[in-house]
Unconditional design. Structure first.
Length: 297
């Protein structure tokens, strides 16, 4: 039976869920970059419980986001299912590794340090890429020039295939998907996501854009859909550590905002959202590191 949560705490959790659900589909992440620090810093959860609980919330984040992206016709299903072949084993292995670290009962919270350093590294790299793109005068919206064409794909070689399709808004995409080495690296995304309660999107999106060659708009949608199928394996492995009462109220807010936000992303100034989000991620990661070191309360 789930522990009781008072009304004000429930309302607070729903409000936090609205924020997580709004941001996660925007960047194709599961939401752990926000959920885990919030659960640790605001509610004082142990890192093993916070990361496991985050995985429970990610089920609802990815489900609501995926349904919205399916309506928007922005998911590359062929790439997503190939990606899952590698991401799912990584997710299982990451969940088992987390359980193993928890069983060691180490005095220094290694998992929290790993989470903070991973989040800090990813956030700094993303901020640097944003600054470079801005300096070079490049647009952060990486949709290719409009080109009207029906759904189709033409194979170019064994490990590459051409993709062309148009989304619900009439925006057309044409690109070549390169399967390797990006697909193999998806294992790392599943592992990191399950280990640290991130869902995997912080690794999936850079792989899908940088190594496989998807436009950012398609990569975020495809990443969200991949998380929907890879994350439940990690949830199964870490089921006993999940605070399902927290998951319930966070997910109410998550489902509302994650269902609505993708419909309006085409109107958003992505560069400001990206800069603000990753700056917050840097601050949160530094705060976690200081907390582990005993410098911050």
């Amino acid at each position: 039976m789930m522990p009781h949560i008072e009304l004000l705490r429930a309302i607070e959790l729903i409000g936090l869920g609205l924020i997580v659900g709004a941001i996660s589909p925007t960047f194709g992440i599961g939401g752990g970059l926000l959920t885990v620090p919030l659960l640790i810093l605001i509610y004082g959860m142990p890192i093993s419980v916070a990361t496991a609980t985050s995985l429970g919330v990610i089920i609802f984040v990815s489900l609501a986001g995926s349904l919205a992206y399916i309506r928007e016709r922005r998911i590359d299903f062929r790439v997503a299912f190939l990606f899952m072949v590698f991401a799912v084993p990584g997710s299982v292995f990451g969940g088992l590794t987390s359980n193993w670290l928890k069983s060691l009962h180490m005095r220094v919270d290694v998992l929290q340090i790993l989470f903070a350093l991973t989040m800090l590294t990813i956030a700094l790299l993303r901020i640097v890429s944003i600054l470079r793109a801005r300096r070079a005068g490049d647009s952060l919206e990486s949709s290719p020039p409009p080109k009207q064409s029906p759904d189709a794909n033409v194979r170019s070689n064994r490990f590459e295939f051409r993709r062309e399709f148009t989304d619900l808004r009439g925006v057309s995409f044409a690109y070549t998907a390169r399967l390797f080495p990006g697909m193999a690296v998806a294992f790392a995304g599943g592992f990191i996501g399950a280990l640290l309660g991130l869902g995997g999107g912080v690794v999936y999106v850079p792989i899908l854009t940088g190594l496989i060659g998807l436009p950012a708009a398609i990569a975020t949608a495809t990443s969200t859909f991949t998380i929907l199928f890879a994350n439940p394996f990690a949830v199964f492995v870490r089921f006993e550590s999940i605070r399902w009462n927290i998951v319930l109220f966070l997910s109410i807010g998550v489902v509302v905002s994650a269902t609505i936000v993708p419909r309006f992303l085409h109107r958003v100034q992505a560069k400001w959202l990206l800069a603000g989000f990753w700056t917050l991620a840097v601050l949160a990661s530094v705060r976690l590191i200081l907390k582990v070191a005993g410098i911050a309360m």
